[in-house]
Design a protein around this ligand. Structure first.
Ligand code: G3P
Ligand code: MG
Length: 246
C-alpha cells in the first residue's frame, strides 16, 4: 500500500509548504498530495478559500494580489508556494497528486504539469490530477490524456466506482469515513486503484492495508510508513522500538 503525504508532511509542518514537501520526501513517501487554487493568475498551493486559518492574512485567497500573498506568513513562518515552486522542489523524486480546488485553476495547472515533464524531470505517470469536480476531470482527460486522473468522493455513489471509470480515471480517492468494501471491490473490478484520505491512526493504516486499499493520504507519512514495515520473523530478537515514529 502506497503512502502519500497529505498537503506534504503536514502533521508536524505547515501544510502545503515547501518545508512540508521536502520533509515528505525525506520520509520516503511514495507521493505527495497538494491543493491548488488560482489567485491573481498564479497557481497557488493552498487548501482553504480563506486565508486566516493557515496564514497571518485575512480575506479570501482569490481577492489577494500575488504581491500580497507573497508578504503573508503561514504558521511556521513559510511562504505560500506556487505550483511551479513545488514542482521545482520535487523534480520527479516521488509521485505528485495535484487536487484542483476549482475549475479556473485547471488549465494553468495542466500547463505547469507539461512544463514539469519537459523541464523538471517528471514522468507523466508520476502526476495525478484529482478533483471533486468530475465534469472538469472529464474535460481535462480529453485534452491531457497522458496524466493520471482520480475522482474524489466523500460519499458512496449509487453506481459505486462507475463515475471514475466513465471519466477515464486510474483511481478513486475516497474519504475514510465512508469507505465501503463494495466500492473497493467494484473499483478493482474496473481496474481502478483506491486511495483513501485522511488516515493518521496506525490502526486505520493496518486495517486499510488488510482491506486491500492501494494507497492512503496521511498527514503523518512517517508514522504510516513505519506501521507498514514488514514485521520481523517470529523468534528473532527485536533490536529497536515499536516501529512507530512520529
Ligand atoms: O485529496 C484528498 C483530500 O485532500 C481531499 O480533501 O479537503 O483535504 O483537500 P481535502
Ligand atoms: Mg486535498
Amino acid at each position: 500500500m502506497q503512502v502519500f503525504a497529505h498537503r506534504g508532511a503536514s502533521g508536524d509542518n505547515p501544510e502545503n509548504t515547501l518545508i512540508a514537501i521536502e520533509r515528505a520526501i525525506q520520509f520516503d513517501a511514495d507521493g505527495i498530495e497538494i491543493d491548488v487554487q488560482l489567485a491573481d493568475d498564479q497557481v497557488m498551493v493552498f487548501h482553504d478559500r480563506w486565508l486566516h486559518r493557515t496564514t497571518n492574512g485575512i480575506g479570501r485567497l482569490r481577492d489577494a494580489s500575488f504581491e500580497q500573498l507573497r508578504q503573508l506568513k503561514t504558521h511556521g513562518d513559510q511562504q505560500i508556494p506556487t505550483l511551479l515552486e513545488v514542482l521545482d522542489c520535487i523534480r520527479g523524486r516521488c509521485q505528485l497528486n495535484v487536487e484542483l480546488k476549482h475549475k479556473e485553476v485547471a488549465g494553468p495547472t495542466l500547463n505547469a504539469l507539461d512544463f514539469a515533464v519537459e523541464q523538471l524531470g517528471f514522468a507523466p505517470e508520476q502526476l495525478i490530477v484529482s478533483s471533486f469536480h468530475h465534469r472538469l476531470l472529464s474535460e481535462l482527460r480529453y485534452n491531457w490524456p497522458q496524466y493520471n486522473y482520480a475522482g474524489l468522493t466523500a460519499s458512496v455513489p449509487l453506481d459505486l466506482a462507475e463515475f471514475a471509470q466513465r471519466i477515464g480515471c486510474s483511481a478513486v480517492h475516497m474519504d475514510v469515513a465512508n469507505l465501503d468494501d463494495d466500492l473497493i471491490k467494484d473499483a478493482h473490478r474496473r481496474g481502478l486503484q483506491v486511495r483513501v484520505y485522511t488516515v493518521d491512526e496506525v490502526d486505520d493504516v493496518i486495517a486499510l492495508q488488510a482491506q486491500g486499499v492501494d494507497g492512503i493520504f496521511s498527514n503523518y507519512p512517517s508514522r504510516a510508513i513505519a506501521a507498514l514495515k514488514p514485521k520481523e520473523p517470529s523468534g528473532e530478537k527485536a533490536t529497536h522500538g515499536s516501529g512507530v515514529s512520529t
